[in-house]
Unconditional design. Structure first.
Ligand code: AMP
Length: 446
């Protein structure tokens, strides 16, 4: 087996990862680090929790020299992910003489301007705010030698593709570009072709694979009983900490309030909350102060919250890719965990997509022992559910083009404001509203 030492990394880096108790490189690291050290461009198709951050950051840190700044730009879709990456950068690079800064929207721009003027080696940024700084001439990217695009498919979904193109156009052509994405839609492939040279493709798992350590359970339940069932599950299952996904921000607020009334330790994360509130929620959840985090899909990508034992899809996600990302919040770093779906009959189309892409055998249908389903008929198999949905006048499979149609919908960008953070938020909102709106209309649900 390969070790970090045989990969030829600098002693300062080896010392830092030793302190993190990393014994051996994870598969993505064993594949990515040698190619990156050779200076190659790279497209990595990898699911979350695979050790991606170290895979790109260790070899970049190894190659850094004292020269014009910034030398490295890492672009990530959300502020939370950017914060997490920068935290890792500081950890991995703690014995090296390089500085890093976080650039994201929704917060005061002045401290960022100050940091940029002073000069930093490594920028970790969300696309909107970085572009904002470039337009204001707070930073020039002419000295960049390494670019990382993390969660590229998520950035595409959030409507950032043009921003990314612009950011890359302002960088020297002579640079190393590493692109990571859980899925490889055609737009991302085109982006890679246009802006990368002879990129090596690294596939750590099929695009829609989920980690092996996850037990997937489908709890069929009418929408009206979901809240009660969730409370029962949180009480009766061996839940250390659970991430509960809702479809909308308002849904997250309502559900969190309901859980609070039931004396369950809960916090919430969505894009209507201020950056301070979001960070507080995340920190509180990470530290164990809150057992439950109710969130929209903003929390589905890339966030490393090691102790999540259960992911609960209170509403099914709109497509399989999103399910993979949500479920990927548990069983991180080759651990184990549970992914539950509380599924109402009107969500059967989304379930059908899951079954097609992930396989029926992975998805166990269960009813929670002791739960009172009597107010509504209890259904325990996919066929019963499909019949029930057909009786309610649901669409046939053929009418809905599923995830692919939702995925291809482009968010309409709103007018550009000086506060790019807000713009980022709006792009997300627009994107999800448009996409969910479409699903709802076609599927005829609630
Ligand atoms: P990431 O996909 O970068 O978010 O990493 C997922 C988790 O794996 C994080 O908690 C990392 O600290 C951890 N990790 C990364 N590389 C290793 C390694 N070689 N050995 C053990 N844990 C690791």
């Amino acid at each position: 087996m390969q070790s970090f030492e045989t990969l030829g990394l600098k002693p300062e880096i080896l010392r830092a990862i030793k302190e993190k108790n990393y014994d051996n490189p994870m598969p993505i690291q064993a594949k990515t680090i040698p190619a990156t050290l050779e200076g190659r461009d790279l497209v990595g198709c990898a699911q979350t929790g695979t050790g991606k951050t170290a895979a790109f950051m260790l070899p970049i840190l190894h190659q850094l020299t004292k020269q014009a700044r910034p030398q490295v730009v890492v672009v990530a879709p959300t502020r939370e992910l950017a914060i997490q990456i920068e935290d890792n950068v500081r950890g991995y690079g703690k014995y090296l003489p390089f500085t890093s800064a976080l650039i994201y929207g929704g917060v005061n721009i002045e401290p960022q301007i100050k940091a940029l003027r002073k000069g930093v080696d490594i920028l970790v940024a969300t696309p909107g705010r970085l572009l904002d700084h470039m337009r204001r001439r707070n930073v020039s990217l002419k000295s960049v030698r390494h670019l990382v695009l993390d969660e590229a498919d998520r950035m595409l979904d959030m409507g950032f593709i043009r921003d990314l193109q612009q950011i890359m156009s302002d960088m020297p052509k002579q640079r190393q570009t590493l692109l990571f994405s859980a899925t490889m839609p055609p737009e991302i492939q085109r982006l890679a072709k246009r802006f990368m040279t002879n990129a090596l493709e690294i596939n750590i798992s099929p695009p829609t694979a989920v980690a092996e350590g996850i037990t997937h359970r489908i709890y069929p339940v009418p929408h009206s009983l979901k809240k009660q069932l969730l409370v029962d599950l949180l009480r009766d299952e061996p839940v250390d900490s659970a991430l509960v996904f809702t479809r909308t921000r308002r849904g997250a607020d309502n559900l969190a309030r309901y859980l609070e009334r039931k004396n369950i330790s809960v916090t919430r994360l969505h894009s209507d909350r201020t950056q301070g509130q979001r960070q507080q929620a995340l920190n509180g959840f990470r530290s164990g102060k809150f057992k439950i985090l109710v969130a929209t899909d903003i929390a589905a990508r890339g966030l490393d919250i090691p102790q999540v034992s259960h992911v609960v899809n209170y509403n099914l996600p709109e497509c399989v890719d999103d399910y993979v990302h949500r479920a990927g919040r548990t069983a991180r770093a080759e651990g184990t965990g549970f992914a539950f779906c509380l599924m109402a009959p009107e969500e059967i189309d989304l379930y059908n997509d899951l079954e097609t892409k992930l396989g029926r055998e992975l998805l166990t249908w269960v009813s929670h022992p002791g739960f009172d389903y009597t107010k509504e008929p209890k259904m325990t198999s996919p066929s019963e559910y499909r019949q029930q949905h057909a009786r309610r006048g649901g669409p046939s499979r053929g009418r809905r083009s599923g995830a692919s149609s939702a995925r291809s919908s482009k968010p309409s960008r709103l007018s550009i404001r000086s506060d790019s953070g807000r713009k980022e938020e709006q792009a997300v909102t627009e994107s999800s509203t448009a996409r969910y709106g479409r699903i709802r209309r076609v599927a005829g649900s609630r």
